[in-house]
Design a protein around this ligand. Sequence first.
Ligand SMILES: Nc1ncnc2c1ncn2[C@@H]1O[C@H](COP(=O)(O)OP(=O)(O)OP(=O)(O)O)[C@@H](O)[C@H]1O
Ligand SMILES: [Mg+2]
Length: 285
Amino acid sequence: MLEFTFNNQTVTGGCVGQTIACTNQKGGVGKTTTVVNLATYLALLGDRVLVIDLDPQGNATSGFGVDRRAVAGSVYDALVDGRPLDELHVATPVAGVRLVPSSISLAGAEVELADKVGRERRLGASIAGIRDDWDWVLVDCPPSLSLLTVNALAGCDSVLVPIQCEYYALEGLTQLVSTINLVREALNPDLDITGVLLTMFDSRTNLSTEVADEVRRHLGDAVFKTVVPRSVRLSEAPSHGLPIALYRPDSKGAEAYALLAGELRERRDRRGPREGARELRGAVA
Ligand SMILES: Nc1ncnc2c1ncn2[C@@H]1O[C@H](COP(=O)(O)OP(=O)(O)OP(=O)(O)O)[C@@H](O)[C@H]1O
Ligand SMILES: [Mg+2]
């Protein structure tokens, strides 16, 4: 059982979940980098992985080298028109990873969904239709707590939160935690915390170490042991349309995401099946 209290709000978790929303409303903290590279290493371990690019910026799509002007459909079609996700995913450079691309029209989805019934549950309904086909479904969220992000939180088993080892690292976490709790109350009582991931750690600065220590002090076991270092190779890889495993597999950033994939699988196996975790939480509450 994983539990932490942050600014008087308690967050419980307990299992990793097969469908994971990678979320932090702060921009540029490593959400997309994490989704692309974690998906890749999970696939290299033999898992079947579906990535859903829920960000109108489309960085996960371009990070996999997919040209969104050339695709026939996107997650927009699933959200707005209810098209099944299994009609929408495309190949990536990694054999075990398929991608539901983003599209620019996604930016307007919020407005288009505004008066639709069950507008917060659209992604969840789409994922329910395909989840048995995948070992993991990873959703890359936009940097906001918008309706798109709420769809991801309402439709996934758990949340992975990247936190950048910089000033104000914990700023915004209060709001994220209260959004998670609101979604739990209203839409998805079983939403769990997969874990918190420290990113862009720079071992040459005291600041990174101080921030990492502070995050661990507040969030304890929720924080992954794996820390992603600041790595130029990681930031170069998207411009080649490749995950780090295919661009520079020998780099420190590659090593970190490989370790993270292993740690995630290990957490899943150690925490046991989802049903058990749910009962445990009920017993504690
Ligand atoms: N560990 C790292 N070392 C160096 N650069 C990194 C690292 N992780 C991510 N970056 C770079 O930092 C920038 C932001 O990363 P990324 O796009 O993954 O963040 P994000 O949280 O998805 O951003 P947004 O909120 O805009 O969606 C990108 O240019 C990315 O290449
Ligand atoms: Mg992003």
